[in-house]
Design a binder for this molecule. Structure first.
Ligand code: PEP
Length: 252
């Protein structure tokens, strides 16, 4: 089954009005067919409108986080209602930096996934094991647990992209090998087939994240269960367009 490729650019807590304008000029210089490839940029909430103005309509935008609570007395939060009201089509949920630095639990990711989907916001659900868990051969167990936590919350699998991001590969320059990434993606797809259905497993997009760069993306995108990437550091550089081009070429 042909799945539409997906590439996300997670800008994390970075950016200035000037740097976003400059990146926009570079990103806008490449073109791709949105029917074959979706590219979603995740700026900080405060930079959202700056990014929207800088990037042309090929690019979708998303939030790096969504509150698990509604509007109200929740200082510092951005609710799903607000994302919907501002026409923000995507959100990340469960990024490892949220899980580790801000102590978000599997239960939190489930609530956030549910509330985002209920408001019509598509979700990029991030999962992945730590180095310790990989060394203990618990990669598949951890990914399955993180997915299982959200299965009940997912009302529409067409609106969900799974980002497999081994924690040891995020921001470290240590990318997973093509085989390590393929093995994990295949296991995630098999788990979804068992827990949800073969139909959903066949169509859900599973993208790889963790030190993806213009130098390693061509090999990774050849793997049969890898449908694209969630890119951190390299999405803040002009070379992000080379990643877009590599995915576009692989899906031509
Ligand atoms: C990420 O932030 O999701 C990520 C994968 O970061 P990096 O590409 O920098 O490893």
């Amino acid at each position: 089954m042909a799945r539409t490729a997906w590439v996300g650019g997670n800008w994390k807590c970075n950016g200035t009005t000037e740097s976003i304008k400059t990146l926009g000029e570079v990103f806008n210089g490449t073109s791709f067919d949105k029917k074959k490839l979706n590219v979603v940029i995740f700026p900080t909430a405060i930079h959202y409108s700056t990014a929207r103005q800088a990037l042309n309509e090929q690019y979708e935008l998303g939030s790096q986080n969504v509150s698990k609570t509604k509007n109200g007395a929740f200082t510092g939060e951005v609710s799903a209602e607000m994302l919907k009201n501002m026409n923000v089509p995507w959100t990340l949920v469960g990024h490892s930096e949220r899980r580790t630095l801000y102590h978000e639990t599997d239960a939190d990711t489930a609530v956030k996934t549910k509330i985002a989907l209920e408001h019509g916001i598509e979700v990029c659900l991030c999962i992945g094991e730590t180095l310790e868990e990989r060394e203990a051969e618990k990669t598949n167990e951890v990914c399955s647990r993180q997915i299982d936590a959200c299965v009940e919350a997912i009302s529409d699998w067409n609106k969900v992209v799974i980002a497999y991001e081994p924690v040891w590969a995020i921001g470290t320059g240590k990318v997973a090998s093509q085989q390590q990434a393929q093995d994990a993606h295949e296991a995630i797809r098999a788990h979804i087939a068992k827990k949800v259905s073969q139909e959903v497993a066949d169509k859900v997009r599973i993208v790889y994240g963790g030190s993806v760069s213009d130098a390693n993306c061509e090999g990774l995108i050849q793997m049969k269960d890898i449908d694209g990437f969630l890119v951190g550091g390299a999405s803040l550089k002009p070379a992000f367009v080379d990643i877009i081009k590599a995915v576009k070429a692989a899906r031509a």
